[in-house]
Design a protein around this ligand. Structure first.
Ligand code: SF4
Length: 86
């Protein structure tokens, strides 16, 4: 499965949580009301993480990024190309 890097800019995140609603696998809110990217090792300040996902999961991930009112979510493919915002 392809790998993508998900990055949340905590300075831009306002905790609106629409990303969490759409894709809770890849976004959760921490105690500071900032979205982080859950995974192993657990780290609620992981604002950047590489994930391996299917095409279907990728669509959900992009939808979640598009839902962010402050465009705080960035997605990069394996070669480092920015996938979102395009
Ligand atoms: S949608 Fe954007 S502002 Fe809202 S929690 Fe997610 S990253 Fe933060």
């Amino acid at each position: 499965m392809p790998k993508f890097t998900i990055k949340v800019d905590p300075d831009l995140c306002i905790g609106a949580a629409s990303c969490v609603t759409i894709d809770p696998t890849h976004f959760q809110l921490n105690a500071e009301n900032k979205a982080y990217v859950p995974g192993e090792p657990p780290d609620d300040h992981a604002y950047e993480r590489v994930v391996e996902i299917s095409e279907e999961q990728k669509d959900t991930l992009i939808l979640a990024a598009q839902s962010c009112p402050t465009l705080a979510i960035f997605i990069y493919d394996e070669t480092g190309n920015q996938v979102y915002p395009a």
